[in-house]
Write a protein that binds this ligand. Structure first.
Ligand code: AMP
Length: 215
């Protein structure tokens, strides 16, 4: 069974995806991570995607479809269960995904949505910091590092994502409500969706996801 983790930016999809990968053997596929990697490496895809990501807008469906298809083309023969994080985000991407699933005979999927209020999203994203060296995450509003701006584990300087500015966070939320919410309604109608409250402790949310998973 493949899983789609759904929810607004900052709903904890990435955190839960890492736990699901580590504890349950899913192969985590985050379109946001793939785009940031391409931007970091300054590939032609990265250059095309950067202006959208920096402004909190969605990268065009065609570009996203190509990267997902290329990635799954490389990986689908590993016969693992995939965990999609941040994809699909438009109804057009749902069509792409269903075509890719059929082309690669990937079976079915289940959708789990993490419900988090806009207010909480803003609080989480505006305080988010991470360590580029060891990947540890911090939050100035919840889990501060011991020494300001420095990773507790490896002492590297912490960084803020370039799209975690107040203005871009508000834009990303707007985009979520206008362009991505219809995808949630679609999944609801097709009976593939389970909604989970996403504002509690990460372990409690993980257990709720596990309980919601079918087969
Ligand atoms: P994320 O890390 O999922 O919050 O994504 C960060 C940014 O990457 C988004 O604000 C978009 O600009 C872009 N992005 C990620 N996934 C998609 C997608 N499926 N469709 C379009 N743009 C995306």
């Amino acid at each position: 069974m493949n899983l789609i983790l759904f929810g607004p930016p900052g709903s904890g999809k990435g955190t839960q995806a890492k736990l699901l990968e580590k504890r349950m053997g899913f192969r985590h596929l985050s379109t946001g991570d793939l785009l940031r990697e391409a931007i970091e490496k300054d590939t032609s895809l990265g250059r095309k995607a950067k202006e959208y990501v920096d402004q909190g807008q969605l990268v065009p469906d065609g570009l996203i479809g190509s990267i997902v298809k290329i990635k799954l083309g490389d990986l689908h023969s590993e016969c693992v269960n995939f965990l999609f994080d941040g994809y699909p985000r438009t109804l057009e991407q749902v069509k792409q995904l269903e075509m890719i699933f059929s082309d690669f005979s990937m079976g079915s999927y289940q959708v789990i949505s993490l419900d988090v209020s806009d207010e909480e999203v803003i609080k989480r994203l505006s305080g988010r910091l991470s360590c580029p060296q060891c990947g540890s995450g911090y939050n100035l509003n919840y889990k501060k590092p011991e020494h300001s701006g420095m990773c507790d584990k490896c002492r590297s300087a912490l960084v803020r994502r370039s799209d975690d500015t107040q203005e871009t966070i508000r834009e990303r939320l707007k985009v979520y409500h206008h362009q991505t919410k219809p995808v949630l309604d679609y999944f609801d109608k097709t009976g593939t969706l389970t909604r989970i409250p996403g504002e509690s402790d990460e372990e409690i949310i993980f257990q709720s996801i596990k309980r919601a998973m079918k087969g």
